[in-house]
Ligand binder design. Structure first.
Ligand code: TRP
Length: 362
């Protein structure tokens, strides 16, 4: 086997292993939801969209409602990995909070916080950095891709080390469940390595940090209007907050193909299949069923159906969102409450870490 083949089969084995662990985790959550704590989050870089909705938001809310403890991170410090902190950040954070509330994240049951506001989380990054090597960080495939995508001639040191920061996000509250897509798996793996090494070095008798597991989403990848993965930065997204007319316009402009017969064939007809999938998800039916109903009436009919399905599905979300975004003071208050609660937890963890590291002098 060649060197690259070896790497590829390693990655495949790791994915298989992560899938197996994820299935076991799902079963364990159903048995005892309250024994699980989820840490998850988003970069506040723009409005959340349908990809987030079907990819992670619905599952977060489902788990919250099952009784799992949900901690949601507004990853504002991650937005500076490849650029300056934009002046729009306060507004972007408010919009993100409005999206969370609108989809059903419940501030009475779950905590939302911003990691720039919780000093102790960030301080954990320093000992964690001492537990990983530079080559380990340089190998991270997701960071490699992001560096290439940033188009910048040289990456910032934060770009290299943000997965270590992410380990601090996860470990400060001893979360044991991290819902992720495949791209975030290397970061969860690194978090496990950091937890293990910290425990070995500073707490060999009794592990201090749990090794968190990734909860791999089985949600399908949603494509944007250009046929690429739906993403804020690709400008191909349908935001949750879009109006019904904006949604109609975005779907009208979506790429399709010339075959009038509509069929679900994700490999050969990804764009048409994506519209079928979205329609099916919104209508709680299957893409095949939708395809059958549309038959030979072509892409225009499919687009009308998709628009209606998305608008119907999102109407209650949008109504609630319009309501909460009116009261920005309330949104900021909610975040402040989340930051306060999180500071208490993170300070306790940091105190214990200082004890274990022999840096508590009081
Ligand atoms: N990297 C994640 C993203 O880009 C956001 C994030 C930051 C995160 N810290 C995290 C996700 C910890 C899960 C756990 O969306």
């Amino acid at each position: 086997m060649s060197h690259t083949e070896l790497h590829r089969s390693d990655a495949a084995a790791a994915l298989l292993d992560a899938r197996r662990r994820s299935e076991r985790l799902e079963a364990s959550i159903s048995r005892d939801p309250a024994a699980h704590r989820i840490l998850t989050g988003d970069r506040p870089t723009g409005p959340l969209h349908l990809g987030h909705y079907f990819g992670t938001l619905l599952s977060r809310v489902r788990l919250q409602n099952l009784g799992v403890e949900l901690v949601v991170l507004v990853a504002d410090y991650q937005t500076i990995t490849d650029r300056d902190s934009p002046a729009s950040l306060p507004r972007d954070v408010e919009e993100l909070l409005a999206d969370y509330l609108a989809v059903g994240i419940d501030p009475d049951r779950s905590v939302v916080f911003a990691h720039s506001q919780v000093a102790a989380v960030n301080q954990l990054m320093l000992p964690f950095l001492s537990l990983v090597s530079v080559p380990e960080l340089a190998r991270n495939p997701t960071v490699k891709e992001e560096r290439a995508a940033s188009g910048l001639p040289s990456a910032s040191a934060l770009m290299f080390t943000y997965p270590v920061h992410q380990a601090a996000d996860i470990l400060f509250c001893k979360a044991n469940v991290v819902p992720v897509g495949k791209d975030q798996l290397p970061h969860v793996e690194l978090t496990r390595v950091i937890a293990r090494r910290f425990n070995q070095r500073y707490s060999p008798g009794e592990p201090f940090f749990p090794e968190p597991d990734a909860l791999l989403s089985d949600a399908p990848v949603i494509l944007g209007t250009d046929g690429q993965k739906m993403s804020k930065s690709r400008r191909n997204a349908i935001p949750l907050a879009a109006t019904e007319n904006e949604t109609a316009r975005l779907i009208r402009g979506a790429k399709t193909d010339a075959d009038r017969h509509i069929a679900y064939d994700p490999i050969r007809r990804p764009e048409v299949s994506n519209l079928l999938l979205l329609t099916g998800l919104c209508e709680n039916s299957s893409p095949e069923q939708v395809a059958e109903e549309i038959g030979d009436t072509g892409a225009a009919a499919l687009k009308l159906r998709a628009t209606e399905a998305i608008n119907d599905r999102l109407r209650p979300v949008r109504t609630l969102r319009a309501e909460v975004i009116k009261d920005r003071a309330y949104l900021r208050e909610l975040l402040q409450e989340g930051n306060d609660k999180t500071n208490a937890v993170a300070n306790d963890t940091l105190d214990a870490v200082r004890q274990l590291m022999h840096t508590a002098y009081a």
